[in-house]
Design a protein around this ligand. Structure first.
Ligand code: HEC
Ligand code: HEC
Length: 334
C-alpha cells in the first residue's frame, strides 16, 4: 500500500494527462471480497450496527453520527465530533460510494471497508469503546442481535470479525448511480446543461481527471501530493501541510503530504473540503485545486462552469429505511 514512490505517481500523472479522459459511469453494484459476499441478511445486521449508538462508550455516537446516510454521508463539519464532544484533526469523508475506494481513510491506512470499520469503535475520540471484547460483550446480551447475526452468519456468530463484515456489507449498498453526468455519458445528451458540459471539458483539459480519474473520480486508490505547488499565503491561512498524510502512517519522508485522491461524486453535498475541512465552498476548493495542483489561475466563469459540472455528479440515493434496533430495557449509559 505504501510502495508508490512520488516518481512513479508523477510519471503516471504526466502519462494520463496526455491521454483523453475516458468518461465512465458508476457501477450499480460494488465488488465484495471473496470472504464477505454481500447478502441481504448481512446488510440488514450491518445497517443496524451502523446506526447503533450503543457501539460507543457513551451510547451517543454511531457511525451515522459522523457519516449521515440521510444526507451526504458525512457531517458537514470541518472535523467530526465523537464521544464527550471530542474532535480530531480531519474531516469525515462520505461513506456514499466508499465501496469504490481502493483503500480507506484520507491517508489510505485501511486496506478494506472491513479493516476500516474496526477503527472508529475503539478510537478514544470517536466511539471510545475500551476494547472490541467490550463491544462483543455488549452485543452478545442483546437478543435481537443474537438472532440477526445468526441469520447472517450462523450460530453464536457475534464477533469483531463478523461485526465489521456486516458493516462493510451494508456500506457496499451505499451507491449513488444515475447522476446527470452518468445519464449524459450513458447517451442522454440533455442530462447536462451547456454550462455543465463546458465544465466537464474544462476538467479534462486542465488535467483534473489525471488524478480524479475513473468512475468515482477517485483515481482508483492513487496517492498524490497536496499541495503540489507550495504557497505560503494559503499555507498561513489553511495549514494544508501541517498534517503529513501518508507519511503519518508510512513514516517515509517521501510520503509527506501525500493523500489518497478523494472521490468527486456528490461533492456538492460534502462541504467543507479537503482533509482538514478548511475550505467552505466548492468554488474555493476548485480555485485552489487549479492553483495548487496545476499552477493555473481560473477565471470566475471557468470556476462556475466546473462547479456546475461537479453539481452534475450528485447521484440518486437509494431510499434508506431506518432499522428498528433491538431493545435493551433497563440499560443505563455513563
Ligand atoms: C466521530 C466521528 C466518526 C465516527 C463515529 C465514525 N467515523 Fe468514519 N471517519 C471519520 C473521519 C474523521 C474519517 C477520516 C479519518 C482519516 O482519514 O484519518 C473517517 C473515515 C471513514 C471512512 C473512509 C472513507 C474514505 O473515503 O476514505 C469510512 C468508510 C468510514 N469512516 C466509515 C465509518 C464507519 C463504518 C463507522 C462506524 C463503525 C465510522 N466511520 C465512525 C469520522 C467518524
Ligand atoms: C495532482 C493530482 C490532482 C489534481 C491535478 C487535482 N486534484 Fe483535486 N485533489 C487531489 C488530492 C490529493 C485531494 C485531497 C487533498 C487533501 O485534502 O489533502 C484533492 C481534493 C479535491 C477536492 C476536495 C475533495 C474533498 O472531499 O474535500 C476537490 C473538490 C477537487 N480535488 C477537485 C479538483 C479539480 C476541479 C481539479 C482540477 C482543477 C483537481 N481537483 C485537480 C488531487 C488532485
Amino acid at each position: 500500500m505504501f510502495k508508490i514512490s512520488p516518481l512513479v505517481t508523477a510519471l503516471a500523472l504526466t502519462c494520463s494527462i496526455s491521454v483523453a479522459s475516458a468518461w465512465e459511469t458508476l457501477p450499480t453494484e460494488a465488488p465484495a471480497p471473496a470472504d464477505n459476499a454481500t447478502t441481504a441478511e448481512k446488510v440488514a445486521v450491518g445497517q443496524m450496527l451502523y446506526h447503533d449508538p450503543r457501539l460507543s462508550s457513551t451510547g451517543t455516537v454511531s457511525c451515522a453520527s459522523c457519516h449521515n446516510t440521510m444526507l451526504g454521508g458525512e457531517d458537514n463539519r470541518p472535523n467530526s465530533m465523537g464521544v464527550n464532544g471530542q474532535t480530531g484533526g480531519r474531516s469525515a469523508p462520505t461513506v456514499w460510494n466508499s465501496a469504490f475506494n481502493k483503500v480507506q481513510f484520507w491517508d489510505g491506512r485501511a486496506a478494506s471497508l472491513e479493516d476500516q470499520a474496526a477503527g472508529p469503535v475503539t478510537n478514544p475520540i470517536e466511539m471510545g469503546m475500551k476494547s472490541w471484547d467490550d463491544v462483543v460483550a455488549r452485543l452478545k446480551v442483546i437478543e435481537g442481535y443474537q438472532q440477526a447475526f445468526e441469520k447472517a452468519f450462523g450460530k453464536d456468530a457475534i464477533s469483531k470479525d463478523n461485526t465489521t463484515k456486516a458493516i462493510a456489507a451494508y456500506e457496499r449498498t451505499l451507491i449513488t448511480p444515475n447522476s446527470p453526468y452518468d445519464k449524459y455519458v450513458g447517451g442522454d445528451k440533455s442530462a447536462l446543461t451547456a454550462q455543465q458540459i463546458r465544465g466537464m471539458e474544462k476538467v479534462a483539459e486542465l488535467g483534473c481527471t489525471a488524478c480524479h480519474s475513473g468512475p468515482a473520480f477517485n483515481g482508483a486508490g492513487m496517492f498524490q501530493k497536496f499541495p503540489v505547488i507550495g504557497n505560503s499565503y494559503f499555507e498561513a491561512q489553511y495549514h494544508f501541510k501541517k498534517d503529513k498524510g501518508l507519511a503519518e502512517v508510512s513514516k517515509h519522508p517521501a510520503d509527506t503530504n501525500m493523500w489518497k485522491v478523494p472521490t468527486l461524486r456528490n461533492i456538492a453535498l460534502t462541504a467543507p473540503y479537503f482533509h482538514n475541512g478548511s475550505i467552505k465552498t466548492l468554488e474555493q476548493a476548485v480555485t485552489l485545486m487549479a492553483q495548487l495542483q496545476l499552477g493555473k489561475d481560473l477565471s470566475k466563469d471557468e470556476v462556475a462552469d466546473i462547479v456546475a459540472f461537479l453539481n452534475g455528479l450528485t447521484g440518486e440515493f437509494p431510499k434508506q429505511k431506518m432499522p428498528a434496533l433491538p431493545a435493551t430495557p433497563g440499560t443505563t449509559f455513563n
